[in-house]
Design a protein around this ligand. Structure first.
Ligand code: GLN
Length: 196
């Protein structure tokens, strides 16, 4: 499976390393034409306002919406989760507006700007190590969104069909199981597409 990592800003190399460790092929994506060869796309952590601005500038908003329409999986981590969201608390404009949820940016406050914890994730057997850095939270989801994990009662991992989102950075540990989970989503989507 060829998995692209949107390489406009943020933690790109780490995602590529994790995808390869999980058995996929990781590709840094800088131009919209490169989306065509992909089976899935990761939007990494970084700074969501910057990533959104660069996506607009280089035509990625429309191109990624089209990619999503084809049923191809997209995984947003941290800032990438914000970029995927339909609504951002306290902001007029959201970015891709693909995943039916409301997110809050920098939701952990100063005391807890960055921390690590073990999370129980639906669909993965043992707890997964998660690194939170100025992380967002998922405040509200539509009924079509499946909540995969919570931390202190707040939603931090969710899936809506072919869209996956995590508040934290799964690429900053040696635990590749969430990347393996995403690879499985890409395999399922490719198999479904091949049947059509
Ligand atoms: N706080 C960042 C934002 O709002 C996200 C942080 C991250 O990706 N680690 O865009």
């Amino acid at each position: 499976m060829k998995i692209g990592v949107l390489a406009l800003q943020g933690a790109v190399a780490e995602h590529i390393r994790s995808i390869e460790a999980a058995g996929g092929e990781g590709i840094a994506v800088k131009r919209t034409e490169e989306l065509q060869e992909l089976d899935g796309l990761i939007i990494p952590g970084g700074e969501s306002t910057t990533i959104g601005k660069l996506m607009r500038r280089y035509g990625f908003i429309e191109a990624v919406r089209e990619f999503s329409k084809q049923g191809k999986p997209i995984f947003g981590t941290c800032a990438g989760l914000i970029v995927l969201a339909e609504r951002i608390e306290g902001q007029e404009d959201a970015h891709l507006q693909l995943m039916d949820m409301t997110v809050a940016r920098n939701a952990f406050g100063r005391q807890q700007e960055s921390f690590e914890t073990d999370l129980d994730i639906k669909g993965i057997n043992e707890p997964v190590r998660a690194v939170f850095i100025r992380a967002p939270l998922i405040k509200e989801v539509s009924p079509s969104v499946d909540i995969l994990s919570t931390y202190n009662g707040e939603i931090v991992t969710a899936r809506q069909g072919h869209l996956l989102a995590s508040s934290y950075h799964p690429e900053l540990t040696d635990d590749y199981r969430l990347h393996a989970y995403f690879l499985d989503m890409a395999k399922e989507a490719a198999a479904a597409g091949a049947k059509e």
